[in-house]
Design a protein around this ligand. Structure first.
Ligand SMILES: Nc1nc2c(ncn2[C@@H]2O[C@H](COP(=O)(O)OP(=O)(O)OP(=O)(O)O)[C@@H](O)[C@H]2O)c(=O)[nH]1
Length: 523
């Protein structure tokens, strides 16, 4: 079951519950069974699903709830919280600091996407101003050296490895030493992929870790591994001190449930502890001590390309999983994809809700240069990436090029107008002739424009965060605005305005709570 399906099934179960006239034990059980079925189909371990059911039932104690309490909302929030708990071991994760050398070692099963992920991780940090370097300590797989070297060269990241040397420990130590001397602040060591049965390879991995003393060991896991995730993650954790997890291949055939199981493998019992802490705040002390050893998921791989890599943040992720959108992720993407000098203007236009064909053209230009729009728009609530469906990137790129050719035949007035009525039949025919495309293609392009304009129009009134002030978005965004953007069905599921308000409070951080501080009077 792919993630979108999992999210869809859970959302449907919640919607069915929303439609029920009375929320009683039976409705609650039906809803929980639906959600459990979806999670089990996504390969989440049975025990975790059972724990989740128990925890939700404990939180949503229907009999104990006072009359007049919005049971739907409590139920929905409990599901949201439980899904978050399943994904969040709560451990503050090691983050490399610019200018201070850190060594990060990558481990994982053969073919999990480790080598690709090393480069993605390096590239991500390079774009944030780090000076990363890659060391290939995989002497087991013949092609690994060339693969990492090619990736590193493409991304202009310094690389160290050897065709001749067969001792991975020696290569790792030499590489780390070399890059320390070159003042690299993020030295990434790729190790050979291995399976838990391969004791010798595990020993080798342990030796590399001992010799290079990494600040962080990242376990890379293919999301389609399913039930095996638990055992594998545990085997790695027992050999080296895994501090973070990256899940790859979340695109396509990914079974997201594997991710949940892996987190629990790394730190079993966490879900139960955290949920108890939700119910009995005193247990928080225990949770804090458990938290000292846990490993969070820090990134997810969403494709084969170097920029198909996203920071993993539990609450926005669950929010997206349930189709509620991910606003801060969306704004992050805007900052990442759109060149710095164009950002203020774009964000200004966004806040005005005015989306012209010229703006679309400029964004297409950025996308062609930088990366997939699908990633950006998948973060918007209710938006399925129709323009760039996964797996059809080539066709989509060609389509965008066609659109741009047609837009090249448009006048300035047409490009700058926000009035779709301006595009009369005679103008459409002229554009088709001018660009050598059939009229149908021009109509298609205009339809696409209207669709995007509608979505962007919903952002009217959004206050603009300055670059580097992403948390300000949370403060600035108001509930009323969100309520306009959310699909009505989703808003209903959440429990209307009141539900949305508490959900956002719950989703968020201190900033989110701050945002609600002065909002008592908003409808
Ligand atoms: N679709 C998709 N493919 C990915 C992703 N990450 C890696 N891959 C692909 O997975 C395959 C294996 O990736 P590698 O990086 O070679 O895997 P590895 O774990 O280093 O392999 P070993 O060196 O054998 O351990 C390659 O074809 C990658 O392009 C991802 O996020 N999505």
């Amino acid at each position: 079951m792919v993630l979108a399906q999992l999210g869809g099934s859970i959302s449907r179960a919640l919607a069915q519950m929303s439609n029920a006239t009375v929320i009683d034990e039976k409705v609650l059980n039906d809803c929980l069974n639906e959600i459990s079925r979806a999670l089990l189909q996504a390969d989440v371990q049975f025990k975790m699903v059972r724990d989740m059911q128990t925890n939700i039932k404990r939180i949503v104690n229907l009999e104990a709830l006072a009359a007049g309490t919005n049971k739907r909302r409590i139920m929905q929030q409990a599901v949201f919280t439980e899904l978050c708990n399943m994904l969040d071991p709560g451990k503050p994760n090691f983050t490399p600091k610019k200018g201070k050398p850190s060594v990060v070692m990558f481990v994982g099963l053969q073919g999990s996407g480790k080598t690709t992920t090393c480069t993605k991780y390096a590239y991500y940090h390079q774009r944030k101003g780090f000076k990363p370097a890659l060391v290939c300590a995989d002497t087991f797989r013949a092609g690994a050296f060339d693969q990492l070297k090619q990736n590193a060269t493409k991304a202009k990241i310094p690389f160290y490895g050897s065709y001749m040397e067969s001792d991975p420990v020696k290569i790792a130590v030499e590489g780390v030493e070399r890059f320390r001397q070159e003042n690299c602040d993020l030295i990434i060591v790729d190790t050979s992929g291995r399976h838990k049965q391969e004791a010798a390879l595990f020993e080798e991995m342990r030796q590399v870790s001992e010799a290079t003393k990494p600040d962080l060991v990242i376990f890379v896991m293919d999301s389609s591994i399913g039930q095996a995730a638990f055992d594998q993650a545990q085997a790695f954790k027992q050999s080296v001190s895994v501090g973070a997890v990256i899940i790859t291949k979340m695109d396509g055939h990914a079974k997201g449930g594997g991710a949940l199981s892996a987190i629990n493998a790394v730190e079993p019992g966490v879900t139960v502890f955290r949920t108890i802490s939700f119910v009995v705040p005193l247990v928080c002390v225990c949770v804090t001590s458990v938290a000292a050893t846990k490993s969070p998921v820090i990134f997810i791989g969403t494709g084969e390309h170097i920029d198909e890599f996203e920071v993993f943040d539990v609450k926005p992720f669950v929010s997206r999983l349930l189709g509620m959108g991910d606003w801060s992720g969306f704004m992050d993407k805007i900052h990442e994809v759109v060149p710095t000098d164009q950002q203020p203007e774009l964000l200004q236009k966004l806040s005005e809700g005015s989306f012209t064909l010229r703006l679309m053209y400029e964004q297409f230009q950025n996308i062609m240069k930088m990366g997939p729009i699908g990633q950006v728009f998948s973060m918007l609530p209710g938006f399925s990436s129709e323009l760039m469906p996964k797996g059809h990137e080539k066709e989509s790129q060609a389509k965008i090029k066609r659109y741009m050719t047609m837009m090249d035949s448009m006048t300035d007035a047409e490009l700058d107008s926000t009035n779709p009525k301006l595009m009369t039949e005679s103008r459409i025919i002229r554009i088709a002739r001018g660009s050598g495309r059939p009229v149908r293609d021009v109509m298609d392009m205009l339809e696409e424009y209207k669709r995007l304009a509608k979505i962007w129009g919903k952002m009217k009134g959004l206050k603009i965060p300055k670059k580097g002030e992403m948390s300000a978005l949370s403060r600035n965004m108001n509930v009323q605005h969100m309520s306009k953007v959310l699909p009505p069905q989703m808003l209903k599921q959440i429990g209307g305005m009141g539900g949305l308000q508490s959900l956002m409070k719950q989703m968020g951080s201190k900033e989110m709570s701050g945002m609600f501080g002065g909002m008592g009077g908003e409808r």
